[in-house]
Design a protein around this ligand. Structure first.
Ligand code: FPP
Length: 248
């Protein structure tokens, strides 16, 4: 048995598996720089980590895996890096769509998808349609996503419903907001992992993370794999979640 299998056995003994794990995948650039390689090579190695973490999540019985792949702010990176990331996105879908489907993964893309170039938009729509019936794991891939923009969009949708008489101001409650986020119907993350040692939320899931446990891993994303995911889950399992209340 390898180290990751040992860790999975410990995770299974230790406590409940988080239903929803979210990850801010950070450190691809630093991983490349440490090796004197161009940044896109770091992203390419990061794609391997995505594959490994998806498989590890299925093996552990995680229900939803949310990955922050490309932020709204990332559009402002140098054009060469943006186009390398867009090519990788398409390549990921081409290479993995069939296997993800066979593994029972439902792939969902969330964010301002209208900003994607037509080729990527087509690939995204195809893999979502192909895998829509799957139930083993929901893989939420956040692309062109920013949490503040998501909340502004929800506010606008509520305003439209109120203006049209479909909703009264008194009916605007937490569910009214949650139901208008991209993540509508999805449980909030139990665990958020950020790699590369950075201690920031970076405009990811600001509403949904209200009571989420945070684990900061020092490991750069291209080096993050099964063992690191299970270590983060073990850390999560040792926390006492009180949701603002006192202990029993
Ligand atoms: C952060 O590292 C990572 C990204 C902006 C891109 C994440 C993309 C991938 C993991 C590969 C593609 C994945 C899919 C699902 C297609 P950074 O560049 O900010 O690293 P740095 O902080 O060290 O510079």
């Amino acid at each position: 048995m390898g180290a990751a299998d040992d860790l999975l056995a410990r995770v299974n003994e230790h406590g409940a598996i988080p239903r929803h794990v979210a990850i801010i995948m950070d450190g691809n650039g630093r991983w490349a720089r440490e090796r004197m390689l161009p940044r896109p090579i770091g992203h390419r190695h990061g794609m391997k980590s995505v594959r490994e973490v998806v498989e590890a999540s299925i093996a552990a019985g995680v229900g939803v895996l949310s990955l922050f792949a490309f932020s709204q702010e990332n559009w402002q990176r140098p054009a060469g890096e943006v186009s390398a990331l867009m090519s990788l996105l398409e390549e990921y879908i081409q290479k993995e769509a069939r296997e993800l489907d066979e593994q029972g993964v439902r792939v969902v893309f969330l964010g301002d998808l209208d900003r994607l170039p037509p080729v990527q938009r087509g690939a995204v729509d195809r893999v979502m349609a192909l895998t829509a019936h799957n139930t083993k794991l929901v893989l939420n891939l956040f692309i062109s996503y920013g949490a503040r923009a998501e909340l502004v969009r929800a506010a606008r949708l509520i305003a439209e419903d109120v203006a049209a008489g479909r909703l009264t101001p008194a009916q605007v409650d937490e569910d009214a907001v949650s139901n208008r986020l991209f993540t509508a119907g999805c449980p909030d993350p139990d665990l958020l992992i950020r790699t590369s040692g950075e201690m920031r939320i970076s405009n990811f899931l600001l509403w949904q993370l209200a009571y989420t446990e945070l684990v900061i891993s020092p490991v750069l994303w291209p080096d993050f794999g099964r063992a690191e995911l299970y270590e983060a889950i073990l850390d999560y399992q040792s926390r006492e979640r009180r949701f603002g209340r006192v202990s029993a």
